[in-house]
Design a protein around this ligand. Structure first.
Ligand code: UDP
Length: 474
């Protein structure tokens, strides 16, 4: 089928439909993918984004040609967010997929009918396919029913998908959920998933194991039953895991990351980014500042906040700390920083509610990143050559941490209870020792490899071209 940009030749105009999961770490890569395809389609490839009313993207911040269709406006947002004291993310993902499924059927029918009308009138663009988040198997089934082929976007790393594919086998072997919290058992290496240990694939508390199992089953089913899987990673970073996915799923795999370097994602930030921190960073020395952020969902309790504050203060190093409005779990009262913290860190630290993270990480003043190891944060750090202090909490975060520490050797885990002395030592190790310097050097080597993948003829650029051809061929 024609490789020429969509809509530029005499061929039929096409439209790509997309459906992201309404969480920051999922929305951003999906919208970046939309931007990348739109730009390469010569501006002629139409884009329709179906989305939950909850955490809806702002159409005004995207290209004028993008259509946005809210799905399930009557569904209460409380149904779609993680609930319970141990936030049940798997349960929330299942509910999103279930509650939006029927409303989506109507929305898709209507969109297809409108397109047909527009085509008859000589304008319009026919739907080529739906790119669906890997967590939305139910949405994928609706598209299939209505004759729309699907591609699946996996917003996490390749290693994580390999672990998800192995999850049922580990359950069948009786390894999951783990029989006990015995340290030796949890530290057991998983030979076929090196460098992962049993504890790295315990994705949920025992009470939520059922939801996690169902969630991962849907995810792998969605990938297997798609016309292709799109990965936001790059070949030189995860080559062997990408190969395992290709052979294990038996579908085409398009490795097109790092998406944020191919297409800007700042316009998809759900919270306002404090730009003044960039000016503050301008005044700091190269490689001197620790950037601290737990992403959009991870949290800490008040005691951990206190220890973190004093760990940062006592380290005597400059820091930029993101304290998101709902980051600290508090039962009743407004959370505040400890007395004396302001004075102890005056001029040396900055606290913001949300940062322009990609620009922050790209700033020459940043010397390290204390991260929860969400995949986007991990990838963004790698692409700027920034080494990490890792503090994973749930889902794929422990897997990402293991790769950072054991495979790429560009950071290390801050383990166990958060305690100010330990935090201070970790910061010193990352920013002030030869070991930390070597981690930074390895991170910079990976940054250079990422840059090569997105150059013309680079592996990710070539994969996007192939993906575009595939979309035009449906
Ligand atoms: N992010 C941001 N400002 C912040 C913290 C995070 O823009 O202060 C962005 C970050 O750049 C990343 C996303 O939020 O793209 C978080 O995604 P990730 O996969 O790292 O974690 P999640 O929020 O899904 O746990």
């Amino acid at each position: 089928e024609a490789a020429s940009p969509a809509g530029s030749g005499g061929g039929r105009r096409r439209r790509v439909l997309l459906f992201p999961v309404p969480f920051q770490g999922h929305l951003t890569p999906m919208l970046q993918l939309a931007g990348a395809l739109h730009a390469r389609g010569g501006g002629g490839l139409g884009v329709t984004v179906f989305h939950a009313a909850f955490n809806a993207p702002d159409p005004a911040r995207h290209p004028a040609g993008f259509r946005f269709v809210p799905v399930g406006e009557g569904v209460p947002s409380a149904d779609l967010v993680p609930s319970g004291s141990d936030a049940d993310f798997a349960g929330a993902l299942l509910r999103i997929d279930d509650r939006l499924r029927e409303p989506f059927r109507e929305c898709l029918r209507q969109a297809l009918a409108e397109e047909e009308e527009e085509e008859e009138e000589g304008g319009g663009a026919a739907a080529a396919c739906l790119v669906v988040d890997s967590n939305l198997r139910g949405i994928q089934l609706v598209a299939e029913e209505l004759g729309v082929p699907t591609l699946v976007l996996r917003t996490g790393g390749a290693a994580c998908l390999v672990a998800y594919m192995a999850f049922p086998v580990l359950c069948d072997k009786g390894l999951l959920p783990p029989a006990s919290q015995d340290k030796a058992q949890l530290d057991m290496p998983l030979d076929e998933l090196t460098p992962l240990r049993l504890r790295d694939v315990v994705f949920s508390a025992p009470a939520m194991h059922g939801n996690m199992t169902r969630c991962l089953q849907r995810l792998v089913d969605a990938a297997r039953n798609s016309s292709g899987v799109i990965l936001n990673t790059f070949q030189d970073l995860e080559d062997s895991d990408i190969q395992k996915i290709t052979s294990g799923l038996g579908v085409l795999v398009y490795t097109i990351g790092p998406l944020h370097k191919i297409s800007s994602g700042t316009e998809s930030s759900l919270l306002a980014q404090d730009q003044t921190c960039l000016k503050w960073l301008d005044k700091q020395e190269a490689d001197s500042v620790l950037y601290v952020s737990l992403g959009s969902l991870a949290s800490m309790d008040e005691k951990e906040l206190l220890e973190t504050a004093w760990g940062l203060a006592n380290s005597q190093r400059p820091f930029l700390w993101v304290i998101r409005h709902n980051m600290v779990k508090s039962l009743s009262h407004e959370v505040s920083l400890p007395d004396g913290f302001e004075e102890a860190t005056h001029g040396r630290g900055m606290v913001v509610p949300w940062a322009p993270q990609q620009e922050v990480l790209a700033h020459h003043a940043i010397g390290g990143f204390w991260t929860h190891n969400g995949w986007n944060s991990t990838l963004e750090s790698i692409c700027e050559g920034v080494p990490m202090i890792c503090r994973p909490q749930f889902a794929d975060q422990t897997i990402n941490m293991r790769y950072v520490q054991e495979v790429w050797k560009i950071g290390f885990e801050l383990e166990g209870e958060l305690e100010r002395g330990k935090i201070e030592m970790a910061i010193t190790k990352l920013l002030c020792t030869e070991e930390g310097r070597q981690m930074r050097q390895r991170a910079r080597d990976l940054r250079d490899k990422a840059a090569k993948c997105i150059e013309e003829e680079g592996s990710s650029q070539s994969a996007i071209e192939l993906l575009l051809k595939r979309i035009m061929s449906f």
